[in-house]
Design a protein around this ligand. Sequence first.
Ligand SMILES: Cc1cc2nc3c(=O)[nH]c(=O)nc-3n(C[C@H](O)[C@H](O)[C@H](O)COP(=O)(O)OP(=O)(O)OC[C@H]3O[C@@H](n4cnc5c(N)ncnc54)[C@H](O)[C@@H]3O)c2cc1C
Length: 451
Amino acid sequence: MEPGQPGDRGPGPSIAWLSVPDGEVVRDEATLAFAAQDFGHLVHRRPAAVVRPVSLADLTAVMTFAGEHGLPVSARGAGHSPFGQEQAEGGIVLDMRTMPTVREVDGETAVVDAGAHWREVLDLTLPHGLTPPVLTDYLELTVGGTLVVGGIGGAAHHHGTQTDNVLELEVVTGTGEVVTCGPGSDLFDAVRGGLGLCGVITKARLRLVPAPPTARRWKLYYRSLDTFLADQRTVVRDGRFDYLEGQLLLDEGEWTYLLEAVTYSTASLDDLRFERMEVEDSTYFDFLNRMAEGEAALRAEGSWFHPHPWLNVFLPDEVVGRVVADTLATTRREDLGGTGLVMLYPVRASALNTPLLRVPAGELVWLFSLLRTGKPADPIENARLTTLNIRLYQQAKALGGTVYPSNSLPMTPADWADQFGPVWDALTTARHLHDPHTLFGSGNSLRPPPP
Ligand SMILES: Cc1cc2nc3c(=O)[nH]c(=O)nc-3n(C[C@H](O)[C@H](O)[C@H](O)COP(=O)(O)OP(=O)(O)OC[C@H]3O[C@@H](n4cnc5c(N)ncnc54)[C@H](O)[C@@H]3O)c2cc1C
């Protein structure tokens, strides 16, 4: 009997026996190398196979096979993770972009396949005059990829994260069962923000709101960190802007602070203490798609393809000034890389209602992001930047901070237990129930590697 023939189980697991009823199992070198890459370019874990599923039966077949053979499974959306989160060493990567598209607007909701990019969701909803209430800054991320981490953006202070605006999910669990779940279900709460530990999302029903036609975007510049933070607190509390973010800009050794505020109607700036401002009007879609031009430029100059040792932490309001000032005082241009960015913006914690999205206690929480660009072919420098992430993570954690879980940061199971805190036990219980063979979690170091 040849390997690959039904019935040939031989000694030990062999990926050659994997087959799916409708889609494709791919094992050529180029495809495996592609699945061992991501936006981070820091971690490269080669799978044994990539499956291009086209049906739920394909996913069930993969779960059954992987369970029998003790192989890790990871879903891959757009592959924009920073640290191998969508990779599966020696296991099976599911390319969720090959699942058939399901894209329908139904009243004030949309049903979409999990492999849809958020830009494709907008292509569907905007002709109906509707939009998801919260979008990430970059639209070429998949619905499944952001729903397992949260999905945060400048509208989160009003509407929460993308996980707060999903009404129903279709999930294929680690047992191969296809489950439709919604509010009140343990699986729904274990999948939203749950790092993909209980199953693969195949479809999502999303809440929509009326889409505004235009957006007015202000860039308000500050020289004082304290004044910038005070104005951000004022505007996040009174909710005068529809969208609120912020950047910390380093120019020739000096930091300036940029409050980015957008309104879809009108808003007053009279009481704000910025030093100068810029204003720009655009269509709503052009505002949402504002990263497209920057992406094209970074692709053209090459740094889009460089390593990205990124760190996103949530800080409590009481310590944000201190942690940010300390971090900026010790951050030089080479610690960010030529095209690296620092972002900082507050969110009202009361808007965040996803049980697994862990944020510090208090009325306001701050997303602090060091979006560093590393150097290709310089593992020592990239390890140095990752070490800076570890230090800031430890400092933030000691002061009550948490992570936004899309980071270039080695985390142990004990770190994850600290991160999830009071909901760790519920997540672990759900995981045992829905993924009894521990297929998922290898990309976040929450599964032992295969033998
Ligand atoms: C340029 C850029 C800008 C970004 N901006 C933002 C932002 O503004 N806000 C924000 O919140 N995040 C942002 N992110 C981070 C991003 O949301 C996360 O890294 C996200 O997980 C990536 O989605 P993806 O589709 O690329 O998924 P992948 O990188 O392919 O996968 C990410 C994780 O999701 C899992 N996964 C993927 N699909 C599924 C599925 N269908 N079912 C179950 N699990 C699945 C993977 O196994 C993996 O663990 C940004 C990232 C980049 C590169």
